[in-house]
Design a protein around this ligand. Structure first.
Ligand code: DGT
Ligand code: CA
Ligand code: CA
Length: 570
């Protein structure tokens, strides 16, 4: 377990205790322990004795040590068995926290959404201390909204669901081959439902096994060619499974990957040569049904280069891929230029992040912890920045083919000033500037802040340029055309943040930036070793914007990158 996971578990324990109605001191002890760990600069491995931290007592230390040793907590398991599962689902209702849920449980014996709805309708909830008529009304509305679920799910929400489904499909012996399809495979920002294609000789058995997957809420239909299931995760979500014999796997996968508009283009292509294309295969003029071993082969049949799923949008892809198209690939990436460590709000140390990057085959990384203004993220003071640089220098001496670049993710303050002075910035290899506050300012103010940062000679990159969180937050009022123009003028790069919650900038804007000659950096913004893997979402998003390797700073060799950065700052 890394530190973030331990912290989260401690917070979960305190939440369970609160819902159970335990005494406030006990609840506070777990919150305090979580906070103490979060504020310590070391990673879990480096803390020898957790009890020596202020804020951690004997009791919480025991829990932490158990978590580190076994990955589990007996206390949490116990609490989970004591408290009705349906009660935890109430946490998804806005306005309901541990305290309120505890009161509902204790006084009205509410155990799940259904009993809460009933109590609201009977106007019992408004009589509880701290609730009132208005709150009751809000809860009722929120329950209705939750039941309907969002129309589309942000991609980050379904990534773990796809992983869990795939893990289970692996264990079904009668499945010969499977793949996720639909909008997920095309990496759309949001998806309506999930689609899988499965090759099997035994559809009856597979169909039956599918209806026993974890988290199923209801079986919509379970036939021999299609199984449609409703799952319950944070929200109810539908998943369609298509079952086909192995021969039809590729054409079915292609069909259900879509997009619908891409399929229309493919049909027109087939029509030209008197053929018909469908999920079953290509039907030639003399009635023969052709199937394929790979999607490459399928496209080659029509003399087209392989079109990756993320570009199957039904626009110009069929024309463009008549020729070979050279877009950025995962193997082009030589480093990650936006990373956090335990020095600010990351879960892993400098050394751990570097080691993981070396294992990924990178040549360099930039360590860009938060700056002093961002107190919630433990931003670094001027002195800490200097100390960190010394640490990086020391570490760099231990590497042969790898370099840590010193850097910062510096806040652009609400008034447009920068969080560090020029003298300090001049000593960094890579300076990121970013907005993390005062999101509601008008466009003029936001652009004043961003252009101020762009015009500073030391700033090399603007991180997550719009500040959006897909499906959750729009971001601030940025004029992207202007941002791109000023980025060009000042030779400042713009980020494609690979975190699947962000994917910021979006493909259409990446394309515009590239057209205007603005450099990009595809970064993970990882706060722990695990999320260095988010790079894949960045690469795919870049390809959606038709981005070439040459546009992307972190495909450069270290020498070229250094040269470019000097040119940019002189
Ligand atoms: P979504 O679910 O709205 O996020 O987007 P998709 O693309 O996953 O759409 P979905 O689940 O309705 O269908 C999956 C794929 O199946 C779709 O991309 C193309 C194919 N497909 C489904 N219905 C049709 C159709 O009526 N015509 C054509 N040409 N293709 C279809
Ligand atoms: Ca779908
Ligand atoms: Ca579907």
């Amino acid at each position: 377990m890394n530190k973030k996971e331990v912290v989260r578990t401690l917070e979960t324990i305190s939440l369970y205790l609160e819902i159970k109605g335990e005494n406030p001191f006990k609840i506070a002890a777990y919150r305090r322990a979580a906070k103490a760990l979060e504020e310590d600069v070391r990673s879990m491995d480096q803390i020898e004795d957790v009890e020596s931290l202020p804020g951690i007592g004997k009791g919480t230390a025991t829990i932490i040590n158990e978590l580190l040793k076994t990955g589990e907590s007996t206390l949490l398991e116990e609490l989970k068995s004591e408290i009705p599962e349906g009660l935890m689902e109430l946490l998804n209702i806005p306005g309901l926290g541990g305290k309120k849920i505890a009161s509902l449980y204790k006084h009205l014996h509410i155990e799940d959404l259904a009993s809460l709805q009933e109590a609201c309708e009977e106007e019992k909830v408004q009589q509880l201390p701290g609730f009132g008529k208005r709150t009751e009304q809000n809860i009722l509305e929120a329950i209705h909204e939750y039941g309907e679920g969002p129309e589309r799910f942000p991609i980050s929400m379904v990534i773990p669901i796809v992983a869990e489904i795939e893990e289970q499909l692996e264990t079904i012996a009668d499945i010969e081959q499977y793949s996720v399809a639909g909008s997920y495979r095309r990496l759309q920002e949001t998806v309506k439902d999930l689609d899988f294609v499965i090759a099997t000789d035994n559809p009856i058995k597979v169909s039956e096994k599918l209806t026993k997957l974890r988290h199923i809420r209801s079986v919509v239909s379970a036939g021999e060619t299609k199984v449609s299931l409703e799952f319950t995760y944070e929200y109810p979500i539908n998943i369609d499974f298509r079952l086909v014999p192995a021969g039809a796997f590729i054409t079915t996968l292609h069909h259900f990957t879509g997009s619908q508009d891409h399929n229309i283009l493919m049909r027109q292509l087939a029509k030209k040569s008197g053929e018909k294309i469908s999920e079953y295969g290509i039907e030639t003029e003399d009635g023969e049904l052709l199937t394929f071993e790979s999607e490459e082969q399928l496209y080659r049949y029509y003399n087209i280069h392989y079109i990756p799923p993320e570009l199957r949008e039904g626009k110009r892809e069929i024309d463009s891929f008549q020729e070979k198209v050279d877009l950025i690939e995962a193997s082009d990436i030589k480093g990650d230029l936006h990373l956090h460590t335990t020095w600010s709000d990351g879960a892993n140390t400098l050394e751990e992040m570097a080691k993981a990057a070396i294992e990924k085959g990178y040549d360099y990384i930039a360590i860009t912890d938060h700056s002093q203004y961002l107190k919630v993220a433990n931003g670094l003071t001027r002195e800490q920045v200097i100390k960190q640089r010394e640490e990086i220098k020391r570490l760099n001496e231990t590497f042969t083919d790898f370099t840590i670049l010193t850097g910062t993710e510096m806040d652009i303050l609400p008034d447009g000033s920068l969080d560090y002075d020029d003298e300090l910035l001049a000593g960094a290899d890579f300076v990121i500037a970013a907005i993390h506050s005062a999101f509601s300012q008008n466009k003029d103010k936001i652009m004043h802040r961003l252009t101020n940062a762009l015009r500073n000679v030391h700033v090399d990159l603007i991180a997550h340029p719009t500040g959006r969180l897909i499906g959750r937050r729009e971001g601030y009022a940025v004029d992207l055309d202007m941002l791109i123009d000023v980025a060009k003028e000042t030779n400042t790069a713009l980020e494609l943040n690979s975190n699947p919650n962000r994917l910021d900038l979006a493909p259409e804007w990446l394309k515009k930036a590239q057209e205007k000659g603005v450099y990009l950096a595809i970064n993970t913004d990882a706060h722990q070793v695990k999320t260095l893997n988010h790079m894949q979402y960045g690469i795919t998003t870049a390809r959606k914007g038709w981005i070439k390797k040459e546009t992307v700073l972190n495909t450069f060799s270290l020498a070229d990158l250094r040269q470019h950065l000097n040119k940019a700052t002189n």
